[in-house]
Design a protein around this ligand. Structure first.
Ligand SMILES: *[C@@H]1O[C@H](CO)[C@@H](O)[C@H](O)[C@H]1NC(C)=O
Length: 352
């Protein structure tokens, strides 16, 4: 039944799925939210639920107060944690450190490049999730983007809601309490990396316009701001991680203030877009306080196995995988597929 797949068993199965749905669900369901849904009425029941959620999150006193104040915030915080973790795992899927955070969380207390990435991706995810929550009506205290330069009255008329990054950035800074400028080097580094994350989201904000009128005459034009999919931000931050700058503390002779200085960039200090770190990372090859090591990690034979397995070599095993094949579209919105079973080789890093 599957002539082009050798050593393959084939089963016939009917798969029913809606083409339209499968085409629109992308990037964790977070994009394509520019059309404002009806606001969800808040009642006493859901108010209680959000207070409970605020208690369950590890927040300080000020953060708890902000959380209780807006019924949509707790859910948005959880969404941002999920988003940053998924993206971190995705971006580090072929690295020795695969974004595993189990153990005693000691990585977050150090000054590695990985620590810098974690801070930046977390603040970026929170900024992104907040802006999306505002434009989708899930937050009580903010709505659509209201930049004066856009034709917003019309935007509202057409029901298009822009992503509100201005409000979300303000709330985020308030939430993280980064207003105080600290002299502590570590606090400066953290605050710098948090801002790199926020900037990365901001750099992906695009103005999108749509024309209305008789056959494309564009008599009425509506514009709104839209964030890039979070994968784009993740990719950008991974790129920043790869070119992160090692820094140390330096005193500015003119002002007497302590500031960050780059080790290689002749006194100029890191740029606002550079991720910065304090100390070299461990190899992440063997189990340590910082990672479970790379033993057992799946790798690609010709590309990643060499570096991922740290020269220890890899095991080869056979695995059966099922996949949809010979799909055919039937009438509207139904796809009929066969399920094919294929045998493939998988490679995993050796322990010794
Ligand atoms: C990361 O690697 C470890 C060690 O091989 C593995 O146990 C863990 O499941 C991996 N985590 C992710 C998120 O892939």
């Amino acid at each position: 039944m599957c002539p082009r797949l050798p050593r393959t068993a084939c089963l016939l199965r009917l798969t029913v799925l809606c083409i339209i749905l499968s085409q629109t669900s992308a990037y964790f369901g977070l994009i394509g939210r520019e059309f404002l849904p009806a606001p969800i009425p808040s009642d006493a029941q859901s108010d209680k639920a959000h207070l409970k959620q605020c208690e369950q999150l590890a927040l300080n006193r000020r953060q708890k107060r902000l959380c209780r104040r807006d019924p949509g915030l707790a859910e948005t915080l959880r969404e941002s944690v999920r988003l940053s973790l998924l993206e971190c795992r995705y971006q580090f899927r072929n690295e020795r450190w695969n974004c595993s955070l189990d153990g005693r969380g000691s990585l977050i207390k150090r000054g590695f490049k990985e620590t810098a990435f974690l801070l930046a991706i977390s603040s970026a995810a929170l900024s992104h999730a907040l802006a999306k929550a505002c434009s989708s009506g899930r937050m009580e205290r903010c709505t659509c983007d209201d930049s004066p330069e856009l034709q917003h009255r019309e935007a509202w008329k057409w029901g298009i809601c822009g992503d509100n990054l201005k409000y979300s950035t303000k709330l985020l800074k308030n939430f993280l309490g980064s207003k105080r400028v600290s002299k502590d080097l570590r606090a400066q580094i953290d605050s710098h990396n948090v801002n790199v994350g926020i900037r990365a989201v901001k750099s992906g904000l695009k103005t999108t316009c749509k024309c209305h009128g008789v056959s494309g005459s564009c008599a009425v034009r509506t514009c709104w701001k839209q964030l890039s999919p979070f994968h784009d931000t993740g990719r950008l931050l991974k790129f920043r991680y790869d070119s992160a700058v090692r820094v140390y503390s330096a005193t500015n002779d003119a002002t007497g203030e302590t500031q960050l200085a780059g080790a290689h960039r002749h006194n100029n200090g890191p740029r606002p877009t550079d991720l910065v770190y304090l100390e070299d990372s461990p190899s992440f090859c063997r189990p340590s306080r910082y990672s479970p090591g790379t033993a057992g990690r799946p790798c690609a034979k010709d590309t990643s196995c060499q570096s991922l397995c740290c020269g220890r070599g890899y095991n080869t095993a056979l695995r059966l995988t099922t996949l949809s094949c010979h799909c055919q579209v039937r009438w509207c919105c139904h796809v009929e597929c066969q399920t094919c079973v294929r045998e493939e080789e998988v490679y995993t890093c050796k322990k010794h």
